[in-house]
Design a protein around this ligand. Structure first.
Ligand code: OGA
Ligand code: ZN
Ligand code: ZN
Length: 375
């Protein structure tokens, strides 16, 4: 055991049975398992110098890995001597992050910000030309689940150019870019003037596209307002009000389907998806393409109770944001967090949106790279 003066991050470390007890200078403690520590060794023998990727196979090294001695170096590094002669050292910031993950039971995630106050609004000319503006725009999409861009050139196909600012377009059977406009031979209710209740797109795809862009090119009709609902907030309320119902929606797969002349898509997925920590990470909800639950009548009855309660929450005005997309406006949104819809429209004029799909991981990657401190 050795300890350092306060002010350094790692205060002390002792070896236990298959574990290392670490105490930080600020008093927090955690017990880290030797297998995880050996697995995380970042020395030049264990990691590729350029990519940082692991060079050894876990199966070769971890069985029988035994720590013989631990200490904190004068420079504040945690050092471990292994029985086979290998030596590892761990930076205090790394130890601090591991101690905090052990204490909280999870690693830090980008925050999900609840809505309130102003719309997250940005201008195309800023985000196209300035990394700082692009960072704030993408951070709004990541944290609020959406952002509105104004001043996007009303050129057909431009939505694809906007997507390439943060990632790759996810092409589907609707094309790289699809039109949402009134069509006489519509195979999808989206291509009529009917209202669309708040929904996530394409729940019949596996994997479902996680990001969607919609660009307004023309809108001189009466009605056709955009409706957005924070699905995570609605699901959170359901969990508070009816925890059993929430669990049922999270456990019951529903078959979503889409069919036309040359596509036949089906996916089984629950309406609510939680991660291993129980956080809501996705909704799949779409009145047009939803199938029905199977199981005994009591299960089906309980499922509908929960589903209808969720729909009622989604319809409640305080969870809805209603605004008009004008020509030159474009929304980017998280298709698994946000429910989007529109009011019906009428009249002589034209309403034309163009959309495309992209993915959350690409957007978050672009954002994280933009957020890296300048070197
Ligand atoms: C859709 C859709 C929104 C709109 O086509 O799936 O949600 O405003 N359209 O027309
Ligand atoms: Zn090593
Ligand atoms: Zn849609």
């Amino acid at each position: 055991m050795s300890s350092l003066a306060t002010g350094t991050a790692v205060g002390g470390a002792t070896l236990g049975e298959g574990v290392v007890h670490v105490e930080m200078a600020n008093g927090t403690r955690a017990t880290l398992h030797v297998l995880a520590l050996r697995d995380a060794c970042a020395c030049a023998e264990c990691r590729h110098s350029v990519s940082g990727q692991r060079l050894f196979e876990s199966l070769q090294v971890l069985p029988g890995a035994r720590a013989e001695a631990v200490r904190v170096s004068d420079a504040g590094l945690l050092e471990i001597d292994w029985a086979d002669g290998h030596r590892s050292s761990y930076r205090p910031e790394w130890i601090e992050a591991e101690v905090s993950a052990a204490e909280n039971g999870r690693r830090p995630a980008r925050r999900v910000r609840p809505w309130g106050g102003d719309l997250p609004e940005h201008r195309w000319s800023d985000v196209a030309n300035d990394d700082g503006a692009r960072t704030v725009w993408l951070r709004d999409v990541a944290e609020f689940g959406f952002a509105v861009l104004h001043g996007v050139p009303c050129e057909p196909g431009f939505v694809e150019r906007v997507a390439t600012l943060f990632g790759a377009v996810r092409e589907t059977n609707y094309g790289r870019v699809f039109d949402v406009s009134v069509a006489v031979d519509a195979t999808n209710l989206a291509d009529t003037a009917l209202p669309l209740s708040p929904h996530t797109d394409n729940p019949y795809r596996d994997p479902t596209p996680t990001v969607q862009l919609l660009h307004c090119l023309a809108s001189d009709v009466e009605g056709g307002s955009t409706v957005l609902v924070d699905g995570f907030a609605a699901a959170g309320r359901l969990r508070d009000e009816a925890p059993d119902g929430f669990e049922l929606l999270a456990r019951t797969p529903i078959r979503f389907a889409y069919r036309d002349g040359d596509a036949d898509l089906e996916a089984d997925t629950p309406v609510v998806t939680c991660d291993a920590d129980g956080n809501v990470v996705a909704l799949h909800l779409n009145n047009r393409s939803k199938g029905i639950p199977s199981g005994d009548a009591a299960h089906v009855a309980a499922w509908y109770d929960a589903y209808l309660a969720l729909l009622a929450l989604i319809e409640s005005p305080e969870l809805q944001l209603v605004f008009r997309l004008e020509p030159g406006d474009l929304i980017v949104f998280d298709n698994l967090r946000l429910l989007h819809g529109r009011t019906g429209f009428a009249g002589e004029g034209t309403r034309l949106l163009q959309g495309c799909y992209a993915d959350r991981d690409g957007l978050l990657s672009r954002l994280t790279v933009l957020e890296r401190p300048a070197t």
